[in-house]
Design a protein around this ligand. Structure first.
Ligand code: HEC
Ligand code: HEC
Ligand code: HEC
Ligand code: HEC
Length: 151
């Protein structure tokens, strides 16, 4: 074998060996337990608690609010779209932690600001710089039933 090929073969062998050593030490223990992934990842994902509880959870304690919303224009919005994740509010027992109350003009405007890219037939839009600009939206629109005033 010519010497330059010998050197190349040696170099190649060393490369393969260092790759195998690195693989041995860097592969997590549970890799390949069930398939081509880390087996322990299943337990870690399962242990996560979801922050969002879903509207059904809110209905249990706020049935009037759910019925009111279901009968009006915001029916398709989930409670947590506006109030944020409900887990802490629901699971707190002694001192009830309030969810977010997004009572600002900026919040309603996220969805209702005039925008040429939005079809007015899909969502009604206003110009928040003009539309009754002195007041909070909820002074005139009940967030759970937009065409009613809040009592
Ligand atoms: C175990 C019962 C229970 C569940 C489930 C529950 N709530 Fe409540 N919630 C309460 C009570 C009690 C209050 C305080 C009294 C009140 O304002 O009705 C409250 C108050 C609120 C308030 C007003 C807070 C304030 O500072 O005035 C909001 C907003 C609210 N809940 C939203 C939600 C949403 C959204 C969900 C679903 C993710 C939910 N709640 C699920 C019991 C519950
Ligand atoms: C479009 C956004 C939006 C949605 C959807 C929504 N809320 Fe609200 N909610 C608000 C705002 C804004 C307020 C504050 C109103 C105020 O103070 O005048 C509020 C207030 C409340 C309050 C305090 C009591 C009251 O009458 O002000 C409760 C309780 C509540 N929401 C529960 C719910 C529940 C339960 C759902 C789902 C059935 C829901 N909300 C869906 C925006 C929303
Ligand atoms: C996540 C997006 C979203 C947010 C936030 C939101 N809305 Fe809406 N709103 C909608 C959708 C979707 C509809 C139903 C389609 C429509 O009628 O425009 C609607 C309908 C309405 C309507 C009735 C329009 C009609 O059809 O006659 C009014 C008024 C309204 N919203 C006011 C508000 C106010 C006030 C707030 C803040 C408390 C708010 N919205 C927050 C999405 C949103
Ligand atoms: C002083 C009361 C008042 C306030 C404050 C107010 N509105 Fe209105 N809103 C009305 C009235 C009345 C109408 C129907 C006639 C009109 O468009 O002026 C209306 C109409 C709407 C419509 C339907 C527009 C359409 O094309 O049919 C939307 C959406 C809306 N408002 C959202 C909002 C939002 C978001 C805010 C806060 C940034 C807000 N409103 C603040 C009284 C109010």
């Amino acid at each position: 074998m010519p010497p330059q090929i010998k050197r190349l073969a040696l170099l190649f062998t060393l490369l393969v060996l260092s790759f195998l050593t690195a693989k041995h030490f860097l592969t997590p223990k549970s890799f390949g337990e069930f398939g081509h992934y880390r087996g322990a990842a299943l337990g870690e994902i399962k242990a996560k608690v979801p922050d969002y509880s879903g509207q059904k959870a809110c209905t249990e304690c706020h049935p009037d609010m759910t019925d009111l919303k279901a009968a009006h224009e915001h029916a398709t919005l989930s409670c947590e779209t506006c109030h944020g994740p409900g887990r802490v509010h629901i699971s707190s027992t002694d001192s009830l932690v309030s969810p977010k109350i997004p009572n600002t003009r900026e919040f309603c405007s996220i969805c209702h600001t005039k925008n040429a890219a939005r079809k007015a037939s899909n969502i009604k839009q206003i110009d928040p710089k003009e539309h009754y600009k002195a007041d909070l939206c909820t002074k005139c629109h009940n967030p759970h039933s937009p065409w009613q005033e809040k009592k």
